[in-house]
Write a protein that binds this ligand. Sequence first.
Ligand SMILES: [Zn+2]
Length: 403
Amino acid sequence: MKKNENNYLVRGSSISNILEIVRSEKRVSRIQISQKLGLTPASISKLTKKLIEKKFIEEERIEKREKGAGRPQILLKLNSQAGYILGVYMAPKKIDIILTDLSLKILKKDSQLIQKMDKRSIINQLFSMIDVNIYGLDREKVFGIGVAMNGMVDSENGISIFSPHYDWDNFELAKKIEEKYKLKVLVDNDVRAMALGEMKFGVAEGQNDFVLINIENGIGAGIVTDGKLHRGVNFSAGEIGHLTIDTHIDERCSCGSKGCLEILASNWAIVNRAKAKLRDGKKSKYLSGKGENLKIEDICLGAKSGDVLSRTVIEETAGYLSLGMRHLINLLNPGMIVIVGKLNLCGELFYKELIRLIREDALIDPIKDISIRPSLLENDAATIGAVTLILENLFKGAHIVNI
Ligand SMILES: [Zn+2]
């Protein structure tokens, strides 16, 4: 590598580190940055000067309160108005979209059910939602569009390899959006995007080794090791919904196997189990009479209100999930497991049971330091994660400032 190229990369990475420190610390002095990065105050001053000129960061004067306490302290903070980012969640049946500033404050938000499931209709609906959200904005200040996409995604090339819900395979989704808007587009799997969002802005902030489990009509995991998302050799890591939990179950899973976690603990499986118990003559003042409209929300409400049938269904679900999670914990030794999904509506009773079962008979060391927590971003986890894809890319630095 030539000397200049090397310097370019080193400075690019320093810019990236400075932006990340300013973002995560909210307000920070130049001296603190230089101590954290082990760089001289002179080089920090030079690099932050460039970032201030480009309006990515700004200074804030903090007056000392005591008399004679000296000069005001000058801290650096992110200029949240430097630009905008769009985050899109292509969910199984709906599209969510948010517009944020650089501090990830949500400025606009929209969610629409997908009207027609063919490729052209989905894309047209997506484009019209993007149009509404970027209307009136200076395009140069829109840093990009992040997309959290259901199914298997080649995140390097922005390709939706396979979606179990959409009528497309190997679709160049990023390219399609880029051609229309001439903006940077990054696409990743929805659950991985959620994990990224929780790591940067949610309950897993500061965690370098954790797993996020999304429990919807499927069950998937976003695995973070050493601060990085684990994607696998062909982007299909994290399919924990297909861990075999109970080989005595006859029902086949969508993957073709029997006894998968997904057919025992996904939302539809939970609802079906409650319906089966009602059919068997079990009584519940919360669930009887709901018929086909029975939802997981009803079961959580029932469980919290002491309804025995609802409670039993939730405890069984915690049992199945604890088996799957024990495998994960023994394999990966994560510091945290974050759960996204409607099961979080069950609150403490679900978590207490889950943690009790996980600790039962588990190996002591892998579970010693683990915490199991509900998502903080919850309904916004995927869109915030999508925005984070762009933010991380932006903060890679070198291309922000001509250095
Ligand atoms: Zn399966």
